[in-house]
Design a protein around this ligand. Structure first.
Ligand code: FE2
Ligand code: FE2
Length: 199
């Protein structure tokens, strides 16, 4: 079967489109967070946005490697989210989108690729799905912490570090204004738990 007649051909195109859009949506959330003074929250979201654009690049490479380096057009019949809203809501919706990606979309695409004999593409879909699972966890944590005002609070004392000047303090809550450089709380590095056992 010709590559452009396969499901994998369309799935790679859809994945490229989906990852490109996710990258842009997250840049918009990061922009809103930065505007509201959450500099470090914005940086974490920007890193995820970058991850998505790299995923898009990998799907693009796999598509053009097999489909030719000059594909004039691929008609994609697929739906894409256009989520927005305040930061807490946007983070929650982003977590849902990530769950969709790893639970449903990429697992289906990986199966299609395997059935069609594209084992390396199937492996790529699975690798990306694992990252989206981690993204879901990060967005869930951030949405919850943002909503409950616990981005900079912890039950037991932990080390807070100012990303601007490096000032450090072990406490159950970060400072409002950095005693050294006077930067706001939004400049303090975030503590995002790494729930490896759940991956
Ligand atoms: Fe991604
Ligand atoms: Fe993701």
């Amino acid at each position: 079967m010709q590559f452009d007649q396969t499901k994998t051909y369309k799935n790679l195109a859809r994945s490229f489109a989906g990852e490109s859009q996710a990258g842009m949506r997250y840049q918009l959330i990061a922009r809103a967070a930065k505007k509201q003074g959450y500099e470090e929250l914005a940086n974490v979201i920007k890193t995820i946005a970058k991850n998505e654009t790299v995923h898009a690049r990998r799907f693009f490479e796999e598509l053009t490697k097999r489909g030719g380096d000059c594909i004039d057009n691929i008609d994609i019949d697929a739906g894409y989210p256009f989520h927005t809203g305040d930061i807490a809501r946007a983070l929650k919706l982003a977590a849902n989108d990530e769950r969709e990606e790893h639970e449903r979309i990429y697992s289906t695409f990986a199966n299609d690729a395997k059935e069609e004999g594209f084992n390396d593409v199937a492996a790529l879909f699975n690798l990306v799905a694992n990252v989206e699972k981690r993204h879901q966890q990060v967005f869930n944590y951030l949405a919850n912490a943002f909503e409950t005002g616990t981005l900079y609070k912890n039950e037991s004392p932990i080390l807070y570090v100012c990303a601007d000047c490096g000032y450090m303090q072990t406490a159950t809550q970060a400072w409002d204004i950095c005693p050294l450089c006077k930067a706001s709380q939004g400049e303090v590095y975030l503590h995002i738990p790494y729930e490896k056992e759940k991956l």
